[in-house]
Design a protein around this ligand. Structure first.
Ligand code: G6P
Ligand code: MG
Length: 213
């Protein structure tokens, strides 16, 4: 029986996955190489510094730590220019309604994300008070696919992992949910999210039946 739902942020609640991609691609281009959307799939759900490592590997570059720090700061500042323009209208279709449906049914709701910008984003899109627990990149030490983020969220909600359901758009996030002992609904394309227990394209038709599938 599912009693709690844990939502990833980027690519699930808001389409920031697109902004992350644009900012990473700009960084790659500035460093002299291209960065495809296919390569970008590997960054979804992955922390900022781990994402940079993957990007540098794609570009065949090995850089000293201080330069890596500067590059990740530059990417984040570029990313924040997109975030600053976000409003309530940027919440992905059906999300706010689905959160209301879950809350009315007595479901506990948590956010489980690797992002350190989560509070800023929630504030901009008007969902600061929509979650019983917020576990973001400032509270976790191990990035997805490590299950830490979802286990902390379940603990916050006072629930066993088997009573929690995760919503994720990232391959690494699906693995993290499974390693936490939770079922996972993928948001996106089934051919990419093959390991999810169920995949939906978006939340437009999401209802309570989806939770206890
Ligand atoms: C999410 C996104 C990743 C991003 C990570 C860190 O998991 O899916 O693409 O790298 O958060 O985000 P941040 O906002 O802290 O750079
Ligand atoms: Mg995501």
């Amino acid at each position: 029986m599912i009693r709690g739902c844990i939502f990833d942020l980027d690519g699930v609640i808001v389409d920031t996955a697109r902004y992350h991609y644009l900012a990473w691609r700009k960084l790659a281009n500035d460093l002299g190489f291209d960065f495809s959307e296919e390569n970008n799939e590997r960054l979804k759900g992955v922390s900022r510094m781990d994402s940079l490592e993957i990007l540098l590997e794609v570009g065949g570059l090995s850089l000293p730590d201080p330069q890596k720090l500067a590059l990740s700061a530059a990417k984040n500042s570029d990313y924040l220019t997109y975030i600053e323009k976000m409003t309530q209208a940027d919440v992905l279709p059906g999300v706010t309604r689905f959160l209301d449906v879950l809350r009315s049914a007595g479901m506990k709701i948590a956010l489980g994300t690797a992002s350190k910008n989560a509070l800023t984003i929630l504030h901009r899109i008007g969902l600061s008070n929509a979650f019983d627990s917020i576990v973001d990149g400032n509270r976790v030490t191990k990035a997805k696919p490590n299950p830490e983020v979802f286990l902390i969220a379940a603990d916050d909600l006072g629930l066993e992992p088997c009573n929690c359901l995760v919503f994720e758009d990232a391959v690494a996030g699906i693995e993290a949910a499974h390693r936490a002992g939770m079922k996972c609904i993928g948001i996106g394309r089934p051919e990419i999210l093959r390991k999810a227990d169920h995949v939906i394209p978006d939340f437009i038709n999401a209802n309570l039946e989806l939770v206890n599938f």
